[in-house]
Design a protein. Structure first.
Length: 275
């Protein structure tokens, strides 16, 4: 039915024009942002999953840093323990020298002077081997009882407990050793051997923890890579497909504009019937 009071054709054309224009805007937003999910309405469940994955990736990235810090702590502790082990070797040599009947008591006094300095230096190294202001080898930090390092997205279960044995002269049992006499030197040798074993055990524990952190770091890196790939599949826009979609929408928008123009001219054409 031909009417001039209500332009039904124009209304229909404008409705399609608005819809196509909205689709074009949405497509441009996706291409500009690089994301398939610009708003929750685009994919509500996908957005929820993507947000959770992004959260896990963020936590794992920090966990990788935590693992790196844990490795650095252990390397610092091992460096100090290595120096203590070297000093114990020297102390054993001095004790063996003093225990020999080839030296006199006056010479043993000189040997004892060096020995005593090395005992003090063991404590000095134990106290000065620090990380972030905390002494690692004197038993005063939390590392002596067990420091928990978070190495995953779950702070409860994804942890590694770092425990570092105290390596002071008292803990090693050499603080009371005196090699100024032949008998004292003989006794000191046994104490030093036990101390060397204790340091070796502590270093073995440190090395085992370092190895664990290394493997966990590799696992974290793999997890981050896989999660980011999964998140990309959910959230990232397919540029080729969206570009093709945008081209199609542009044609529809242009057609709607042309149709609206034609619809607006229809009443003028109907007026010719009155002439």
């Amino acid at each position: 039915m031909a009417v001039i009071s209500t332009n039904l054709a124009a209304n229909s054309a404008v409705r399609y024009l608005n819809a196509n224009s909205a689709d074009q805007t949405a497509s441009l937003s996706k291409l500009a942002s690089g994301s398939r999910i610009v708003s929750a309405a685009d994919d509500a469940s996908g957005l929820a999953i993507s947000t959770r994955i992004s959260s896990d990736v963020t936590a794992l990235t920090q966990a990788a840093t935590n693992a790196s810090h844990g490795t650095s702590i252990l390397q610092t502790a091992d460096g100090g323990a290595s120096n203590i082990s070297d000093m114990l070797q020297r102390m054993k040599a001095l004790a063996s020298q003093s225990a020999s009947g080839t030296v006199t008591d006056s010479e043993r006094t000189y040997i004892q002077a060096e020995f005593a300095q090395l005992v003090e230096e063991i404590d000095g190294i134990a106290q000065s081997t620090r990380y972030n202001g905390e002494s690692l080898l004197d038993g005063t930090s939390d590392f002596s009882t067990g420091m928990v390092v978070v190495v995953g997205s779950d702070a409860t279960s994804d942890t590694i407990t770092v425990t570092i044995d105290a390596l002071t002269s008292t803990e090693l049992g050499v603080d009371a050793s005196d090699i100024s006499t032949q008998a004292g030197a003989t006794t000191a040798i046994a104490a030093i051997d036990a101390a060397i074993d204790s340091v070796s055990s502590a270093r073995a524990n440190i090395g085992a923890l370092e190895s664990r952190f290394e493997f966990r770091s590799n696992t974290i890196a793999t997890s981050i890579e896989n999660l980011e790939a999964a998140n990309s599949a959910i959230k990232d826009v397919d540029v080729a497909a969206e570009s093709a979609n945008l081209a199609s929408i542009k044609v529809k928008t242009q057609a709607a504009v042309a149709a609206a123009a034609q619809a607006n001219s229809m009443p003028q054409e109907l007026l010719k019937l009155l002439q």
